[in-house]
Design a protein. Sequence first.
Length: 363
Amino acid sequence: MFIERLNITDYRNYASAGITPGRGVNLFLGDNAQGKTNLLESVRLASVGRSSRTTRWQDLIRWGAKSASVNVRVRSQAGADEVTVKLGAAKEVLVNGYPISRMGELMGVVKTVLFTPDELRIVKDGPGERRRFADIALCQLSRGYFYTLTRYNRILSQRNKLLKGDPTEAELLVWDMQLAKEGAKITRTRRIFAKRIAELAKKVHEEISGGEELAIGYEGADGETSEEIESGLLESLKKSRQRDRQFSVTHVGPQRDDLSIRANGVDLRSFGSQGQQRSAALSLKLAETELFGAESGEYPILLLDDVLSELDEKRQSKLIERIKSYQTIITCTHLPEDVRARMGEVTEFEVRSGTVRKKGEGI
């Protein structure tokens, strides 16, 4: 999969911009605060329907403008697709010219993997960051998973709302059964994802760390089949009811699960150095890219926001070796000539004060 054309209007600091990326490595160079990250953010918005930097889509509209739009045209093995996101009084998403009624219809149209310096949070921050990492990947790979996750969160919200009152045991059982059914599907899918990503990340990590062994595991309800997990969740929900009533919140379910991340047996979440955590985060993101390729038959678009400067020479080299296989969009303030030379053929752009141009062309 690759982007054929990106057009943005009144988005962040851009009045208007149109970009035709190359099918391989694309390099966007410019000083800080010129708009490089905004370009990657716009692609991610068209991919998953939300910004990677803010929960308020109103913040994406250029100062003084009343609306904004992002249009991305991609080509995959299935043919060409086009996604348009319109931001104004409301947010509207169109796929191939038709407004979508459910965000799940967007999932998988523009597949992306995003890696920024903030992705270190996947390893060092709380379980929510690791669940989000798994869920965003899985939603792009399976619309069914997106809808299951949406249903689960709706049921969870209703149960928590019910707990604020004084529900009967029978009332709670109705919600518990629904929660366990949908929760089991999520847990089983995430566990399979964790197993696949662990295999791929282990190989990648051995390369970039010089032999360090990375192990990824899933920490959630026991059971291999959906039926076993559902039965276990239902029993755990029953046992947790008294505590749930006391705090008016559900303490059991996949919303509490986590991914374990260990290197040579050391839990990197709590005891890893920043260098180890950065290497693990990079390994996970590259493994995610490989998983997309294995599951869907084609690689996603890789978005790298100012990450080369965060890596030492060895990790830079390993990353560069891999990104040649798919369309990659890289932002950075500068790039040493020897690093650029290792990338091979590169399409280069210059970004300055909300304008972008291909190197050698006029603005």
